[in-house]
Design a protein around this ligand. Structure first.
Ligand code: C5J
Length: 222
């Protein structure tokens, strides 16, 4: 068995049970004029990880392992958007409003799309999710079961919101979860550090963290 060098201890790789889930690498979180920017965030922190996410995706594709993408978004009629989510805070743009990249976080709108450099290829699963966690109100659980997946590598944004929420959902469902450190980011560096500390504490209570290099080398040699 191949082990990936990880924290808090080596990750016991089972290649035939492994998939990559890339969380919400969408224009709305990474580009000026999108939802992330409308909340006052520095979106350049997100675009900076694109080369590392790309390298991780390429490693999985080369190894012939499943790559799954998620997108946080809602139906055009907003029937899956609770008022508590739409009305929270005072952003310059609310979900569903018309912005410079179309309606914010609405399925099919230009701003909702995954960044072109990280776009899914034919055959890759894309999950549209109305929540922060990718299991809530989506077919993700059934898809992973059908693929025989038991271990998941996570990348994407933001570390402490949609990535951590999905890792916790996956951990509770029995998946072994490994976070790719340079392929995830937050608008707040201290939140990324704290999320990683929470995930790996107490003997990997939620999961492991490893570098992109260690993961790509691990799957190439498994
Ligand atoms: C947020 C996400 N931060 N994808 N979404 O609202 O983490």
């Amino acid at each position: 068995m191949v082990e990936i060098k990880a924290e808090p201890f080596a990750f016991p790789l089972r290649r035939d049970k492994l998939a990559l889930i890339v969380i919400d690498m969408q224009r709305d979180f990474a580009e000026a004029g999108g939802f992330g920017a409308s909340l006052g965030n520095d979106v350049s922190r997100i675009t900076r990880i694109v080369p590392d996410v790309k390298r991780l995706i390429a490693g999985f594709r080369e190894a012939g392992l499943p790559v799954i993408h998620t997108m946080e978004c809602h139906r055009p009629d907003l029937s899956d958007l609770p008022p508590a989510k739409r009305n929270r805070g005072s952003p310059a743009l609310r979900i569903g409003d018309e912005g410079p990249m179309g309606r914010v976080l609405i399925s099919g709108e230009p701003g909702t799309a995954i960044l072109p450099d990280l776009a899914p290829i034919d055959g890759e699963v894309v999950i549209e999710k109305p929540g922060k966690g990718a299991f809530y109100a989506t077919p993700l659980g059934d898809i992973l079961k059908d693929l025989g997946i038991e271990q998941v590598v996570f990348a994407g944004v933001t570390t402490e919101v949609c990535v951590q929420t999905t890792m916790r959902e996956a951990n509770d469902r029995g998946y072994e979860c490994l976070l790719a450190e340079e392929a995830t980011e937050s608008y707040f560096p201290e939140f990324k550090r704290a999320a990683i500390a929470m995930i790996t504490a107490q003997g990997a209570i939620v999961g492991w963290v490893a570098s992109v290099n260690a993961i790509v080398e691990g799957i190439a040699h498994a």
